[in-house]
Design a protein around this ligand. Structure first.
Ligand SMILES: CC(C)(COP(=O)(O)OP(=O)(O)OC[C@H]1O[C@@H](n2cnc3c(N)ncnc32)[C@H](O)[C@@H]1OP(=O)(O)O)[C@@H](O)C(=O)NCCC(=O)NCCS
Length: 194
């Protein structure tokens, strides 16, 4: 679909917003509400792509000026928070549970002096947005991955095809395909039959 056609309101949207022009939604995909874009600032040619049969609802897209998010075919994302300054890719048939956080950038510097500067800088802006946290690291979530509720996926992580992430896990490193991982930090608890 022509992305420009989406610079408009969604039918029966409870939030009085619009869909940005650089959002590409397949005709068979479902986009629940324009509230998802209240933190969206992507200036990329396509900042969000929703594939065939994909669904994205009650999810906050905190996408910076260079951020690009893609949601694959028949993937389902509900009530998540996606923080993206480079690339977040969600594979086909992935299922992302409630309150999952996926981030390719911390937005907050680890160094205390820089963090204080960032807090001072942001205090001058009405929205108090923290932005200076070094280089973002893209996140990839493979096909057929299932992420349980309230899990957190940290910058640079690649989750292999068919992996399952336990509820409330904190995923700090790459996940091999067809494994179940759980805990904080998440560790392999089971290997799945392919
Ligand atoms: C990941 C999950 C699917 C694994 O289920 P399972 O394969 O039946 O795993 P088990 O219950 O046999 O647990 C295997 C081990 O991992 C541990 N474990 C499982 N889930 C865990 C979690 N979320 N956090 C920490 N440890 C966990 C178990 O304690 C067990 O440890 P042990 O071998 O030392 O006894 C399940 O635990 C889970 O988190 N489900 C969440 C579902 C969900 O979020 N649904 C709604 C959103 S779509």
């Amino acid at each position: 679909m022509n992305p420009a056609a989406w610079s408009r309101k969604l039918p029966q949207d409870w939030y009085p917003g619009t869909i940005p022009s650089n959002v590409s939604v397949c005709e068979t995909a479902y986009l629940g509400t324009s509230y998802s874009f209240h933190e969206y600032r992507s200036g990329a040619s396509i900042g969000l792509r929703l594939g065939r049969g994909a669904s994205l609802d009650k999810t906050v897209l905190d996408v910076g000026s260079n951020g690009q998010v893609s949601v694959g075919e028949f993937a389902f994302v509900s009530s998540a928070r996606i923080i993206c300054d480079s690339e977040v890719e969600i594979g086909d048939y992935a299922l992302i549970g409630w309150n999952v956080v996926i981030m390719d950038s911390y937005r907050v510097p680890i160094d205390v002096v820089m963090r204080r500067h960032e807090l001072e800088r942001s205090s001058l802006h009405p929205q108090r947005r923290l932005e200076d946290a070094g280089e973002p690291r893209p996140v990839q979530i493979g096909r057929n991955v299932w992420i349980g509720f309230e899990a957190c996926i940290l910058p640079g992580v690649i989750i292999g095809e068919g992996a399952v992430v336990g509820a409330r896990s904190v995923v700090t490193e790459n996940v091999p395909p067809f494994t179940v991982i759980a805990g904080n930090p998440a560790r392999i608890v089971r290997v799945l039959d392919r």
